[in-house]
Design a protein around this ligand. Structure first.
Ligand SMILES: CC(C)(COP(=O)(O)OP(=O)(O)OC[C@H]1O[C@@H](n2cnc3c(N)ncnc32)[C@H](O)[C@@H]1OP(=O)(O)O)[C@@H](O)C(=O)NCCC(=O)NCCS
Length: 259
């Protein structure tokens, strides 16, 4: 459970300078392998302890075990991040209800009178992670793997690969660069509310700044969207790094905040 939080708590002081000064965010993570290690009754106990009645009904409705675990892990990670941002104890998780918009976008509801942070959820491999923030946010984690080469034309332009190659340390292989680009674009899609969702080829990488692509020195990628002016911010920044064989990408829209 502690992996994402440990990274966040250690590196947020240096990441903070890459976000707008008013940004408040928290990253939570849940190990799916730890979640399923116990027997079914432990999983049910966890779900009953932390989910609201409506969330529990939804969770019980999933027939596929993998999806059921990912969904639960994402909810727990979002509740963890949301309650940390709100300064609330674990005991209040049942009251932090996560609902879903028609297009699948998750949102947090808090008790009357309390602000509910924006959230973004992602799962890949054995990890579920979530970002909670005082502004619209996007998070994506993606396990590196050779399969990314088969779909590269669906999300990457050759000039974007060139930008990444010159921005990242040479020690990163092509597979890792493509995975980072994929994760970064997915985080932008989640961050920007648009209907339909931005297509991966509508999001264009403009530049990569500084950073080694590690949690200590993340890479800041800047993107522009191909949608008409006014419907999206002109420049969208995403903080990216690799940790534990996963590409991590996260960002928020600083001009729209909840105080
Ligand atoms: C959502 C999406 C952008 C990212 O998915 P992904 O990178 O494959 O998978 P991830 O694990 O990183 O993210 C999945 C999470 O994204 C979140 N999500 C789903 N739809 C979302 C949206 N429209 N906006 C923001 N977040 C969304 C959910 O929390 C989901 O996890 P959950 O279902 O367990 O709650 C991708 O699945 C997608 O393009 N979906 C198509 C959505 C669509 O067109 N829906 C129209 C049908 S109404």
């Amino acid at each position: 459970m502690a992996f994402a939080q440990a990274i966040f708590e250690q590196y947020w002081p240096c990441w903070q300078q890459l976000f707008a000064p008013t940004t408040r965010l928290y990253l939570g993570g849940v190990s799916l392998s730890a979640l399923v290690e116990g027997n079914g009754s432990l999983l049910t106990e966890i779900a009953e302890r932390y989910l609201s009645t409506e969330e529990l009904a939804r969770w019980n409705g999933f027939s596929q075990e993998k999806r059921r675990n990912e969904w639960l892990g994402g909810r727990l990670a979002a509740k963890l991040a949301g309650s940390a941002l709100l300064g609330e104890p674990e005991a209040g998780w049942q009251n932090l209800v996560i609902r879903t918009e028609e297009d699948g976008r998750p949102y947090l509801t808090a008790e009357a009178g309390k602000m509910a942070p924006f959230i973004s959820i992602s799962h890949s491999g054995v990890l579920a992670a979530a970002l909670a923030a005082n502004c619209p946010c996007g998070l994506d984690i993606q396990l590196t793997g050779e399969r990314i080469h088969r779909v590269r034309e669906r999300f990457a332009f050759p000039d974007e690969e060139t930008i990444l190659q010159s921005s990242l340390e040479k020690s990163f292989a092509e597979t890792e660069r493509l995975t980072m680009l994929w994760a970064a674009k997915e985080s932008v899609r989640k961050m920007i509310r648009s209907s339909p969702l931005l297509g991966l080829l509508e999001i264009r990488l403009l530049a990569g700044h500084g950073g080694q692509g590690t949690p200590q020195e993340p890479l800041l990628l800047t993107f522009a969207s191909g949608r008409e002016p006014g419907s999206c911010p002109p420049i969208i920044s995403v903080l990216c790094f690799f940790a534990d064989n996963l590409a991590w990408a996260m960002g928020c829209l600083p001009n729209i905040t909840k105080e």
